[in-house]
Design a protein around this ligand. Structure first.
Ligand code: GDP
Ligand code: IMO
Ligand code: MG
Length: 427
């Protein structure tokens, strides 16, 4: 089983960090393929809790080589502070590899992210304000700065000039901000060169060789399927491809080399930022999910919007990612509800719809059609096998599996590594 992708099946924060960390001990490489420090992955190891933003969650497993692929956008200041934070806690980060083709997030991207959100007013996306959209926009617009550029001062200066030419006009004339000096940016980026040089490598070559050698490579997605710029709830999305195809373009590993695609699926649904969310709850149940589930953003500290499980979305994730398995997380959070509604289809303008509508207007009008399943009250955090779950919890999992279109191969019953019921092995 040389290569597998692990990605979010909903709107992010499904528990990808925990799932990756769980596998980290058995894989040789863990690779981030898209996104940047908009991600917030919480990993709990014993009594230690880690919040990772840019680094792959495999960095916590000593035998594993963490890789930042070409599809990621890297804020060098965040990267260095995350590395030193881990070093201070005794984690060895020296094996990290970074693609020279990954693009950099610079302070002007972060500034533009914030001012453009303000400019959008009530139509804002609710971004994390980390410069993600503007950095990807520059990449596609061919005025981005790549990691490798900081090792060639003359190229760097030319590229920063090209990037700031139009932006300074925008900042000064449209957004009423001060223009950014080319030299200041060049100096700052050159200042990172010595600290980053040792990490930069031809990651595409290394990963392909590793797979050909029979080593195990795990691709770790940030965000989630419905935040994908192509397949998500556009324009309320992030600016990259968290879906399975992104693992190929974001690393230079071809689809024929990937054997398994695991969708991380929360036993209910959450979303941060703006955009449609059919099963969103505005009542006590929503507050209860938020409190018991600890649904507060790791990156921005914002409260997450909470709602019941949506099987239409899970089926969609199975389809657009070619999922082979699901890892169902946070089942323990649902303990204590007498009855648990699950959205099985939508009603749109008086008609039942079983698949995610491709039209944004229809999706904005979608009302959930619920089936209600019986709940359970027994504590499930100690369960180690499926049989040890209360009967109604078993039925809930089986019902979700039937509706979602792929086998549920693992179940999370708590945040810790060992609070997992493994049904089928991932490796
Ligand atoms: P990610 O962005 O997908 O990595 O998810 P986050 O880390 O942002 O949010 C998931 C949260 O749920 C974290 O606080 C995890 O520690 C926690 N978590 C993960 N799996 C489980 C689980 O099965 N049960 C409970 N109670 N918490 C979990
Ligand atoms: P993880 O990896 C949840 C959301 C933001 C906003 C939209 C665009 O922890 O699951 P961006 O800053 O990316 O331009 O914001 O995407 N968003 C996330 N929501 N989890 C994340 O990451 C997210 N990363 C971005 O809230 O709605
Ligand atoms: Mg998160």
């Amino acid at each position: 089983m040389p290569a597998l992708v692990l990605l979010g099946a909903q709107w992010g924060d499904e528990g990808k960090g925990k799932a990756t960390d769980l596998l980290g001990g058995s894989v040789d490489y863990v690779v981030r393929y898209q996104g940047g420090n908009n991600a917030g992955h919480t990993v709990v190891v014993g009594d230690q809790k880690y919040a990772l933003h840019l680094l792959p969650s495999g960095i916590l497993s000593p035998g594993c080589t963490p890789v930042i692929g070409n599809g990621v956008v890297v804020d060098p200041a965040v990267l260095l502070s995350e590395l030193s934070g881990l070093n201070a806690r005794g984690i060895d980060t020296s094996k990290l590899l970074i693609s020279g083709n990954a693009h950099l997030i610079t302070p002007y991207h972060t500034t533009l992210d914030k001012v453009s959100e303000r400019f959008l007013g009530k139509r804002k996306i609710g971004t994390t304000g980390r410069g993600i959209g503007p950095a990807y926009a520059d990449k596609i617009n061919r005025v981005g700065i790549r990691v490798q550029d900081i090792f060639d001062e003359s190229i760097l200066r030319q590229k920063v000039e090209a990037a700031l030419d139009l932006k300074n006009q925008l900042l000064a004339k449209l957004y009423n901000r001060r223009a950014i000096a080319v030299e200041q940016v060049v100096e700052e980026l050159l200042g990172y060169a010595d600290q980053l040089r040792g990490f930069v490598a031809d990651t595409t070559l290394i990963l392909n060789d590793a797979i050909d050698d029979g080593q195990v490579v795990l691709f770790e997605g940030g965000q989630g399927t419905l935040l994908d710029v192509d397949h998500g709830t556009y324009p309320f999305v992030t600016s990259s491809n968290p879906t399975a195809g992104g693992a190929c373009t974001g690393t230079g590993v071809g689809p024929t080399k990937i054997n398994r695609v695991i969708g991380i699926l929360k036993a209910y649904t959450t979303r941060v930022g703006a955009g449609p969310f059919p099963t969103e709850l505005f009542d006590e149940d929503g507050d209860k999910l938020r409190t018991i589930g600890g649904e507060r953003g790791v990156t921005t500290g914002r409260d997450r919007r909470c709602g019941w499980f949506d099987a239409v979305i899970a089926r969609y994730a199975t389809r657009v990612n070619g999922l082979t398995d699901f890892f169902l997380t946070k089942l323990d959070v649902l303990t204590g509800w007498e009855r648990i509604p699950v959205c099985v289809a939508y009603e749109i303008d008086g008609k039942r719809v079983d698949e995610l509508p491709y039209s944004q207007t229809d999706f904005h009008h979608a009302k959930p059609i619920y089936e209600t399943l019986p709940g359970w009250s027994e504590d499930i955090t100690q369960a180690k096998t499926f049989d040890q779950l209360p009967k109604n919890a078993q039925k809930y999992v089986q019902a979700l599996e039937e509706m979602s279109g792929a086998p549920i191969s693992a179940i999370g019953v708590g945040p810790g590594r060992d609070e997992t019921i493994q049904i089928n092995s991932f490796l």
